[in-house]
Design a protein around this ligand. Structure first.
Ligand SMILES: [Zn+2]
Length: 85
C-alpha cells in the first residue's frame, strides 16, 4: 500500500488523515452510507412484515424474540395471510 493511500486506495497524503486501522474520512463516509442503506432496507422489511400482521414489539414495548417472529411468520404463511411472491 502506497504511503499516501488508505487501505482502500483513497488518497490520504498524511497519516494524520487516517484512523488507527488506516482508514480515511472517505472510508468513514462510505461505511456510514452503507449503514444507512442497510438500516433503510431493514426498516422497509420490518414495515412490510408489520403490514402483514407480524409484531416485532410486544404490547409492553419490548422487542419480540426472533423465534417468536418466525413463529408469527409461519402462522401467517400457513393461513395464507402473506402476499404471494
Ligand atoms: Zn479510504
Amino acid at each position: 500500500m502506497p504511503a499516501d493511500q488508505c487501505p482502500r486506495g483513497h488518497l490520504t497524503p498524511t497519516a494524520a488523515e487516517r484512523d488507527a486501522r488506516g482508514h480515511c474520512r472517505q472510508c468513514e463516509r462510505d461505511r456510514a452510507k452503507a449503514n444507512r442503506v442497510s438500516d433503510s432496507m431493514r426498516l422497509t422489511m420490518v414495515r412490510a412484515f408489520e403490514d402483514a400482521g407480524v409484531q416485532f414489539v410486544d404490547d409492553d414495548g419490548q422487542p419480540v424474540a426472533a423465534a417468536e417472529v418466525v413463529r408469527q411468520l409461519a402462522a401467517l404463511y400457513a393461513a395464507g395471510a402473506l402476499p404471494a411472491a
